[in-house]
Write a protein that binds this ligand. Structure first.
Ligand code: C5P
Length: 219
């Protein structure tokens, strides 16, 4: 039986950085499920399908084959044979991902892939519905959050370091809008699983949160 760790939480809470570090130390595989929704979103954007066009999304979803590979321990998302890792981190793709993630058929397809990955290996998987829907039997469940101000501050710092011009108030507004959409959708909304451990990382360093999670896994 594989050991499964589920980490859910809102955008910008530091899930992926923390999950990646914890996976390295535990020698687990890190599965970033947001990247799968982003790849799906990229496909829809390229096809010019609106996120409001449910029939169009569902028809196009049938043409999508998403697989996961690992290069030097880093997850690579392969969309119909093309490695799209370098193309899915934009704000446009993130917004579209949140919009297409409302669709049940799209979720079904990606949840199936995620469950297969977790069956084969010890994984730390992060997303929005891992503890509630994808891996309800996960050995450890964490709901990681942080204040909107802190999440916006971190995101702003990241973008500035990348040399991108950005306004912190706009980032904050985008984060609030994304949370709103992810928490209030009909299918698999973002919420803390009843048996998940709540961690608020607002006043903790990445290292402290990572250690806390590793401690929960080793208990
Ligand atoms: O985590 P990330 O920002 O990459 O995710 C992009 C979007 O994909 C989220 O805003 C959310 O709407 C969706 N998502 C989801 N379920 C997951 C992972 C991501 O609905 N398990």
């Amino acid at each position: 039986m594989s050991f499964n760790v589920a980490i859910d939480g809102p955008a910008g809470a530091g899930k992926s950085t923390i999950a990646r570090q914890a996976a390295k130390q535990l020698n687990f595989i890190y599965v970033d499920t947001g990247a799968m929704y982003r790849a799906m979103a990229l496909f829809m954007l390229r096809k010019g399908i609106s996120s409001e066009d449910t029939k169009g999304l569902e028809a196009a979803c049938k043409e999508v084959d998403i697989t996961i590979e690992y290069q030097n321990g880093e997850q690579q998302v392969i969309l119909n044979g093309e490695n799209v890792n370098g193309l899915i981190r934009t704000e446009e793709v993130g917004k579209m991902a949140s919009a297409v993630a409302r669709n049940g058929k799209i979720r079904e397809k990606l949840v199936d892939l995620q469950q297969k990955l977790a069956k084969k290996a010890d994984v730390i998987m992060d997303g929005r519905d891992i503890g509630t829907c994808v891996l309800p039997q996960a050995d450890v469940k964490i709901y990681l959050t942080a204040s909107v101000e802190e999440r916006a501050r971190r995101r702003h710092k990241e973008l500035v370091e990348r040399g991108e011009d950005c306004d912190i108030e706009k980032i904050k507004a985008d984060i609030i809008a994304r949370d709103e959409q992810d928490m209030n959708r009909e299918i698999s909304p973002l919420k803390k699983a009843e048996d998940a451990v709540l961690l608020d990382g607002s006043d903790m360093t990445i290292q402290e949160v990572t250690e806390e999670i590793i401690g929960l896994c080793r208990r």
